[in-house]
Design a binder for this molecule. Structure first.
Ligand code: NAG
Ligand code: NAG
Length: 266
């Protein structure tokens, strides 16, 4: 009985003051920061605070023309709490998750128990492994099983006319990420960890091998890019949302073990 009461007090405290679990480190939800990558790169994408941009300005300045990072547009404190490692293992341990290979066309799919993914497969990307041989959890979510989690997510508020939102949720180790590809417009945010982004306009297709990882591209191709072929780039953190317009090329690199969610506007 006493245990149960204290348990509730503790949950209350952690929920309302997540800072209690980490004194100096950023809050990582227990997902770990070890073997994080250090290079956040530079940022040449516009960053706009919620207070400095309206929905109309978003539509006029960015929606159809260029990426933007929106800061502080939603409060996802509760969703972040529910996405801690402990909470996710408690709620989803025995559920099956579908993993995809990290190449441009994502061919191979493998089903594993969520707990097995977290304990054995959620590892740092090694540089010499092909994207086509790297499996991780992004998208392919069973919306029936994950509904009670996703209903707590506050999606970015600025909609695009004639589109409806669809979520894609994932968890991945440091050094993982999707290589260059494109699709319709959308938003992406990290709930834990940092994610580095690289983007090119639709008419400036980057050079890359579809089966190589972003980590391999950043090590071998990125340093040799001519000035006029360098991408738009930025590293985003929890509390920031990156918007990418229709058909923009993009690749991502998770710098830490990351929990992330995208909202595709289709
Ligand atoms: C999603 O989960 C439900 C409930 O566990 C299950 O019945 C259904 O077959 C799953 N759907 C897919 C596409 O795996
Ligand atoms: C990429 O990998 C897939 C699956 O292993 C293979 O079928 C395809 O031919 C490869 N593509 C290239 C360009 O090497």
């Amino acid at each position: 009985m006493e245990f149960i009461v204290w348990n509730k007090v503790l949950i209350f405290l952690l929920f309302h003051f997540p800072g209690l679990t980490h004194s100096s480190e950023q809050n990582n939800g227990g997902w770990g920061l070890d073997s994080s990558l250090v290079d956040e790169g530079s940022c040449n994408i516009d960053i706009r605070d919620a207070a400095t941009i309206t929905h109309t300005q978003f539509l006029q300045e960015y929606a159809y023309t260029k990426p933007v990072i929106l800061r502080g547009v939603t409060d996802n404190t509760k969703f972040q709490f529910l996405c801690s490692k402990l909470n996710m293992l408690r709620d989803y341990r025995d559920k099956t998750v579908r993993l995809s290979t990290a190449n441009t066309h994502s061919y191979r799919k493998v089903d594993v128990r969520f707990e097995e993914y977290v304990t054995s497969l959620l590892t740092p990307q090694s540089e010499d492994t092909l994207g086509s041989d790297t499996l991780y959890f992004f998208g392919d979510n069973n919306f029936t099983e994950w509904h009670s989690l996703f209903e707590n997510y506050n999606a970015p508020p600025y909609s695009l006319p004639h589109t409806s939102p669809a979520y894609s949720f994932g968890i991945a180790g440091p050094g993982t990420g999707v290589p260059f590809h494109w699709h319709g417009p959308g938003y992406s945010e990290v709930i834990y960890g940092r994610k580095r982004w690289f983007l090119y306009p639709p008419d400036q297709a980057p050079e890359f091998h579809p089966n190589h990882t972003t980590l391999s591209w950043i090590t071998h191709s990125y340093p040799n890019l001519e000035e006029h072929k360098t991408p738009l780039e930025c590293t985003i953190r929890p509390g920031e949302v990156l918007y990418f317009p229709d058909r923009w090329w993009h690749a991502t690199l998770n710098l830490d073990t990351s929990v992330f969610i995208s909202t595709f506007l289709g």
